[in-house]
Design a binder for this molecule. Structure first.
Ligand SMILES: NC(=O)c1ccc[n+]([C@@H]2O[C@H](COP(=O)([O-])OP(=O)(O)OC[C@H]3O[C@@H](n4cnc5c(N)ncnc54)[C@H](OP(=O)(O)O)[C@@H]3O)[C@@H](O)[C@H]2O)c1
Length: 280
């Protein structure tokens, strides 16, 4: 079974490389952005022709949420045209696609967990391009799993946890927003969920949510990161209005994971438990 991974140099890509040895039945082809540019259809075709993958995990994306507000063409090219290119190659080569999307497809106006059936309404360019990418895939073919996730962190790449640890070692005090509620997702747990979907052999295609269990604010997340890493810092909760960013973020984006748990039997760890063992 050949599994092609795009965006292999990113957080999720690296987490997939980390867990890959636990799946000896799968032969992985990891391509970083210089080996496979998903925005380039010919490049996609060449790689699919060469490796004839049974599955493709599209971990490639434009993920700079704030920068996307001023770089919408680039974000569109990668998140929409790129997703479409990958879907077209998958269709041609009878490859099953696992595409990763985001909680930012929602506006955050709810106060109960978002299910896969809830109406989408992105509040910024990044979320819009991710939603348009989902739709571009759905317009090409049916053999896709779109997995929406949130607040991804890991010891790989750039993420909130690593930023907090760095700032915690540099500063004596820090203010973090406490009125945006969501769920952190350990990239390793996400990687394992994606491979569990492949290993299950099930073909219940469609959209699925995946994050760790529980919910918190960015302030709660930061507090737990400092506690686990034994970093002493004066941490202050602030409202979003005190930390303006170019992109508006959903104020609530907890994802309901019932569907992925019942279809694939995936057991999901609480976010703070997974954070404790994030170096696994
Ligand atoms: N990070 C989060 O908090 C979060 C939350 C929800 C959903 N997600 C989704 O989860 C997925 C994985 O995110 P991540 O955190 O692993 O992101 P990441 O660390 O930013 O990795 C994205 C990777 O995509 C690559 N890439 C960019 N343009 C490309 C192109 N044209 N062709 C091929 N590769 C390209 C990047 O390579 P270069 O660095 O070389 O450009 C990078 O290695 C994405 O779909 C993202 O939208 C992430």
């Amino acid at each position: 079974m050949v599994v092609l991974v795009t965006g292999a140099g990113g957080q999720l890509g690296e987490a997939l490389q980390f867990v890959a040895p636990d799946y000896p039945q799968m032969r992985f082809v990891f391509c970083n952005s210089s080996e496979l540019d998903i925005a380039n259809q010919q490049n996609c075709e060449t790689i699919f022709d060469q490796f004839q993958p049974d599955f493709c995990i599209n971990a490639a994306a434009y993920t700079a949420v704030d920068k996307a507000e001023s770089e919408s063409e680039k974000a569109f090219l990668i998140n929409v045209t790129g997703a479409k290119n990958i879907a077209e190659s998958c269709k041609k080569h009878r490859t099953i696609l696992l595409h990763v999307s985001t909680d930012f497809v929602f506006d955050g106006e709810k106060d109960t967990p978002y299910s896969e059936k809830d109406a989408t309404h992105p509040t910024g360019v990044y979320g819009q391009t991710k939603l348009d990418g989902e739709k571009a895939i759905q317009a090409v073919f049916d053999d896709y799993f779109i997995i929406r996730t949130s607040w991804v962190y890991s010891r790989f790449g750039h993420n909130f946890m690593k930023t907090m640890i760095r700032l915690g070692n540099e500063k004596e005090s820090l203010s973090v927003v406490n009125d945006q509620i969501g769920t952190p997702t350990n990239a390793v747990d996400l990687a394992e969920a994606l491979l569990a979907i492949i290993a299950s052999g099930k073909r219940d295609f469609g959209i699925y949510n995946f994050s760790n269990e529980g919910q918190c604010s960015w302030y709660d997340f930061a507090k737990k990161i400092f506690e686990i890493n034994k970093i002493e810092i004066d941490l202050q909760p602030i409202p979003t209005t005190a930390y303006p960013t170019p992109a508006k973020r959903p104020k609530y984006s907890v994802l309901d994971k019932q569907k992925i748990k019942s279809v694939f039997g995936i057991a999901i760890q609480n976010w703070s438990e997974s954070l404790k063992i994030n170096t696994k």
